[in-house]
Design a protein around this ligand. Structure first.
Ligand SMILES: C[S@@+](CC[C@H](N)C(=O)[O-])C[C@H]1O[C@@H](n2cnc3c(N)ncnc32)[C@H](O)[C@@H]1O
Ligand SMILES: [Zn+2]
Length: 277
């Protein structure tokens, strides 16, 4: 069993997540890092086209192209698009002025991750733009499968990034893109003691799977995912369960602090006077 079912879940792509204030801010920050000279771009793991569709609508760029492993997500992409995995991009060397990967690298298992980094470098001519969650505490969002008991991050995030990993993302090969600029955006609230509280509660019963959960190990799917596969046209989320409501209430009582949600990093293959828009 693989994580395929998770990414083919229509519920995620039609949820309208891209209309949140944080997402709008992220899109604006990403666009502000695109150099004027760029005439072709590839978005690796483009999802439902949140970025590429917007580029098509608002920015005069010659070629806008998206790649994703999810057929369900690609059905909403309006630009040139390909179903492919990030570790095997169906393009020539240096084919795009700019190659982007937004909120993708944290999802990739190690074997795919390292090859995906090489592929991004191979097909990019001049610029690379990466966005990832910043200093995410992956353990605080672990859930466990009620069938096989495998524990996994509820968003399928497999790795966390900080300033050092962003700086050294492309390793130390000769022809590696160099970090030029970073931007931070969005807000995430960290609750002190929340992971202990969760462990205490989970000690007595299995935490509820969120609506879009599919176990990456055995394929167990929450009822909502099974229903969405059968009735793709009726995509409404069930209201939060009682335990989710109790969780929200408890969070509200804990002390908390905020930090940036995402980091967006701009790399180029040589030192340029990046004439930003
Ligand atoms: C969190 S979504 C981000 C979507 C979009 N880039 C955005 O910023 O809204 C992660 C995306 O990575 C895609 N993905 C995961 N593994 C992939 C792989 N091996 N190759 C290509 N895309 C992949 C998923 O299908 C999904 O569309
Ligand atoms: Zn399982």
């Amino acid at each position: 069993m693989s994580d395929k079912q998770y990414y083919e879940n229509d519920r995620i792509w039609a949820s309208g997540f891209e209309h949140s204030l944080d997402e709008i801010e992220r899109l604006r920050a990403i666009k502000s890092l695109i150099a004027k000279e760029v005439t072709s771009l590839l978005d690796v793991g483009c999802g439902n086209g949140h970025f590429v569709n917007s580029m098509l609508r608002t920015e005069p760029i010659g070629r806008v192209c998206g790649v994703d492993r999810s057929r369900s997500a690609l059905s909403l992409v309006k630009t040139e698009k390909y179903e492919a995995s990030a570790d095997n991009l169906p393009f020539k060397d240096n084919e795009f002025d700019l190659v982007c990967a937004f909120e993708v690298l944290e999802h990739l298992p190690i074997a795919i991750y390292e090859q995906a980094i090489r592929e991004i470098t191979r097909v990019a001519k001049k610029h690379v733009l990466i966005s990832v969650p910043f200093q995410e505490n992956i353990r605080s969002e672990l859930i466990s499968c009620p069938k096989c008991f495998c524990a996994f991050n509820r968003s399928y995030h497999l790795r966390s990034f900080d300033s050092n990993t962003i700086e050294g993302l492309f390793g130390d090969s000769n022809n590696k893109p160099l970090l030029q600029e970073t931007k931070f955006c969005g807000t995430v609230r960290n609750y002190w003691g929340l992971s202990w509280l969760k462990r205490l509660v989970a000690g007595f019963r299995t935490p509820t799977l969120p609506p879009n959960a599919v176990c990456p190990h055995c394929g167990y799917a929450s009822k909502q995912v099974e229903r969405s596969a059968e009735h793709a046209e009726e995509l409404t989320l069930d209201p939060p369960s009682t335990s989710q409501r109790v969780g929200q209430l408890l969070r509200g009582m804990l002390p908390s602090s905020t930090q940036a949600r995402w980091v967006i990093a701009h790399y180029t293959f040589d030192q340029v006077d990046s004439n930003l828009q």
